[in-house]
Design a protein around this ligand. Structure first.
Ligand code: NAD
Ligand code: UD1
Length: 342
């Protein structure tokens, strides 16, 4: 199949493009490189031994998007990763986030409609559940109160896509709610390369381990969890990427619109992740306990059984593999993709 991948140069996008190419699919990437670089796509091509087609375009430009679809007559489906994702920045620049994420998605769907491509996989997030009443979280839990504009863009886009299907049943849409993607391809050639100081736990730990940052701050040890630190469902990015291929197969059965949790079903605390990373890397991770980060919840992990039943997908890689692969990527590329680019 020919798959259009928006945001394909980013962290999850590159890993998914690689799985698509390795499974024999043709891939067209649309990315404005606002949070990524073309070197990442070159490495994907090298790993796959095949090339993909790349359009450096912005989804907020409807003419550019339409033109790409005009040049992609045999496209069967779209995987839509493109979006801005920094929670803190979204509170400071809400209009940027609403414009980029919502307008970008609407332009994309309009072009898809115009060109008769009505199969879509969308990157949603466990953040749409807010602070869940209990764990593990099932897809039929009520969608929670979002605490920031980024989270609201995900909840709003889910609503828009459900409305689109209600208006035209020919649309088939998988809303994939990711838990906490971490790790890297086992080659160490592609991985997460955040701009500036990382906001998220795993890339922060990795940069401390490699000596780019001096110390980790653990945001609170007074949560009602076993060791007092936050508990999350970390999922290996390659497992996540494979989940997108299973979702595409599901769309071929014309299921309408459906939401799926992509997580392992296991909770891991901040202190447990630090210990696992120390073991994988052989490096000490200095840390200090600081107050809670506003908006954080105590505990969040998935019930992934719906994806297992309906997508025939299950996460295979454990926390040890997530840490080993993150360390392999970070130690081979201490400055991310810039190491090679100079
Ligand atoms: P990323 O920033 O690495 O990738 C997103 C890509 O989209 C980047 O390459 C960026 O340049 C591109 N992009 C952004 N706006 C664009 C636009 N208007 N036009 C064209 N390209 C644009 O992020 P990621 O971690 O790979 O996340 C991918 C998707 O998954 C995002 O939608 C994100 O919100 C969602 N998600 C990520 C996580 C996570 O922890 N990484 C968790 C849940 C959901
Ligand atoms: C973050 C996003 C969320 C997104 C999710 C996907 C924030 C506030 N939320 O969630 O919208 O859907 O990623 O991956 O960014 N921690 C530390 N020190 C750090 C960083 C984090 O102790 O330097 C702790 C946090 O308090 C939390 C855990 O580590 O308990 C995980 O944090 P993080 O990696 O930022 O992910 P989430 O907060 O789950």
């Amino acid at each position: 199949m020919h798959i259009i991948v928006t945001g394909g140069a980013g962290y999850i996008g590159t890993h998914t493009c690689l799985e698509l190419l390795q499974s024999g699919h043709a891939v067209t990437v649309i990315d404005n490189l606002s949070n990524s670089c073309q070197e990442a796509l070159r490495r994907v091509e090298r790993l796959a031994g095949r090339s993909l087609r790349f359009f450096p375009a912005d989804l907020t430009d409807p003419a550019a998007v339409d033109d790409i679809f005009r040049q992609s007559r045999d496209a069967a489906a779209v995987i839509h990763f493109a979006g801005l994702k920094a929670v803190g920045e979204s509170a400071v620049k809400p209009l940027l986030y609403y414009h980029n994420n919502l307008t970008g998605t609407i332009n994309l769907c309009q072009a898809m409609q115009r060109h008769g491509v009505k199969n879509l996989v969308f990157s949603s997030s466990a953040t749409v559940y807010g602070d869940p009443a209990s764990v593990p979280i099932r897809e039929d839990f009520p969608l929670g109160t979002c605490t920031n504009p980024y989270a609201r863009t995900k909840a709003m886009i889910e609503d828009i896509l459900r409305d689109l299907h209600r208006a035209d049943a020919a649309w088939n849409i998988a809303l994939l709610r990711y838990f906490n993607p971490v790790g890297a391809h086992e080659s160490g050639e592609i991985g997460e390369d955040p701009n500036g100081i990382p906001n998220n736990l795993m890339p922060y730990i990795a940069q401390v381990a490699v000596g780019r940052l001096p110390q980790l701050a653990v945001f609170g040890n007074d949560y009602p969890t076993a060791d007092g630190t936050g508990v999350r469902d970390f999922i290996h990015v390659v497992d996540l990427a494979v989940g997108h291929l299973r979702a595409l197969e599901k769309l071929a059965q014309q299921p309408g619109v459906a939401a799926y949790n992509l997580g392992t079903g296991h909770g891991c605390s901040v202190l447990e992740l630090i210990a696992a990373f120390e073991k994988a890397s052989g490096r000490k991770i200095p840390y200090r306990i600081t107050p809670r980060r506003p908006g954080d919840i105590a505990c969040c992990y998935a019930d992934p059984s719906l994806a297992q039943r309906e997508l025939r997908w299950k996460a295979e890689r454990d926390v040890a593999a997530m840490c080993a692969d993150t360390w392999n990527w970070q130690s081979k590329n201490p400055n991310g993709y810039r190491s090679d680019a100079g």
